[in-house]
Design a protein around this ligand. Structure first.
Ligand code: C5P
Length: 402
């Protein structure tokens, strides 16, 4: 059979930790190598008890690294830094509860954990452990936390485990792990010629210089979308209302406060965009007469007169030529009906709607769920998942159709 060499010129650091599934790492190395990848293996001390480094050294054609104090790359460099820089991706397979939990806490006490901390490349974990360990809430919370930061996980499988128990925690199939890595590299370039405009967060409508009307949007959904698009190679303009979260790296960030400021910035950037993800929670009304100075509490009652803000997305819908518009709708009732109405009225290509009255979805939460509707009438139900996972799904679904 002809080899496609899909991974040629790709540098993969394979981290092997101390679980019985470590023996499968030999097959992972062999299969990645057959796809053309260059592989450097880093083993933890415990992994050495399960598989001989000589096997991995022979299969990878490179020295195996397992001792922080033994410099084997370049005498003047330090292994974890050189490996961290060399890697296009780090794959940790099998990944024990220990390495996952160490990564979550930023513990860097051996070569593998220091390399994970030092790399700026994607780190993908393929967990393998006893079912009860996997389902331990501590491990689950560590996985969720890392996922939210952009670390990826290849789900383990169900089956008979080495300890005799039956359940989740079996290392994913080697072929599935190899496929995941191949798909990862496809994914990192599939938006490389695209300009994407994302809006995120709330807007503020000032009553006086120190008081404003706003909403609890955290910006997490939009920031995740911006991050996912940037990781896939897109040039991303992120127009953000005030947030307290760390902005994604590798995007052009424009901070705004009011709906009017957001309108101006979005209109300026729109002509160069191919896809717009309009996930900001824009205030529908602004204050008609903003007080120049701080208002004093002289009267028992006070009336505010509000006036409608420009509907940015609707304006984009009017102006669009060949841009793809993805709207977001937060609803508390009749969510499908409202979503479809907005899709049509704002001339959108997609709308993602979520029910913000749910406990596990919407404003300020780390997780979200909802339905993506397309102009063509497709309806994609997206169950509860982290906002980052959801961002990946939404971007996937949009790209698939354009
Ligand atoms: O009509 P509604 O506000 O529910 O629509 C939500 C969608 O419209 C979101 O994508 C939001 O970013 C966008 N929107 C906007 N300008 C507004 C209000 C909403 O762009 N003034």
């Amino acid at each position: 059979m002809k080899n496609s060499y899909q991974l040629s010129n790709k540098n993969i650091v394979l981290g092997i930790t101390g679980g019985i599934a470590a023996y499968k790492a030999a097959d992972i190395v062999s299969k990645l190598k057959k796809e053309g990848a260059q592989i450097k293996v880093v083993m933890t001390k415990n992994a050495l008890n399960f598989i001989n480094p000589l096997t991995l050294e022979t299969l990878s054609g490179n020295p195996v690294y397992y001792d922080t104090f033994e410099h084997r790359l370049n005498a003047w460099e330090i292994d974890h830094i050189s490996l961290a820089k060399w890697a296009d991706v780090m794959l940790i397979a099998p990944a024990t509860a220990n390495i996952i939990s160490k990564a979550r806490c930023g513990i860097a006490d051996d070569l593998l954990s220091t390399t994970i901390m030092a790399t700026t490349s994607k780190v993908i974990f393929a967990p393998a452990m006893n079912t009860n360990m996997l389902h331990n809430p501590i491990v689950q919370s560590n996985i969720a936390y890392l996922k939210d930061l952009g670390y990826e996980f290849i789900s383990s499988e169900s089956g008979i485990l080495a300890c005799g128990d039956f359940g989740d925690g079996k290392l994913a199939k080697v072929d599935d792990i190899v496929k995941y890595v191949k798909d990862f590299f496809l994914r990192t370039t599939d938006m490389s010629n695209m300009n994407v405009l994302v809006t995120a967060g709330p807007t503020r409508e000032y009553i006086d210089p120190v008081r404003y009307i706003s909403n609890p949007s955290s910006g997490k959904m939009g920031y995740s979308i911006a991050q996912v698009c940037a990781e896939r190679g897109a040039t991303v303009d992120l127009v953000s209302g005030p947030t307290h979260i760390t902005p994604p790296t590798g995007v052009n960030l424009y901070r705004v406060e009011t709906a009017r400021e957001m309108y101006d910035k979005v209109m300026e950037l729109f002509p160069r965009a191919q896809i717009v993800f309009k996930s900001a929670a824009v205030g529908d009304y602004g204050v008609e007469n903003k007080a120049k100075h701080k208002l004093k509490k002289t009267k028992d009652t006070m009336e505010l007169k509000l006036k409608k803000n420009p509907d940015i997305l609707k304006e984009l819908g009017n102006q669009k030529t060949n841009q793809i518009l993805v709207g977001f709708a937060a609803e508390t009732r009749d969510i499908e009906e409202y979503a479809l109405k907005k899709l049509q009225e704002k001339n959108l290509d997609f709308i993602f709607v979520n029910d913000v009255s749910r406990e596990d979805a919407g404003f300020e939460r780390d997780t979200n769920a909802g339905i993506l509707f397309t102009r063509e009438g497709d309806r994609v139900e997206l169950p509860v998942q982290t906002k980052r996972e959801l961002a990946c799904r939404i971007v996937d679904e949009v790209l698939k159709r354009i």
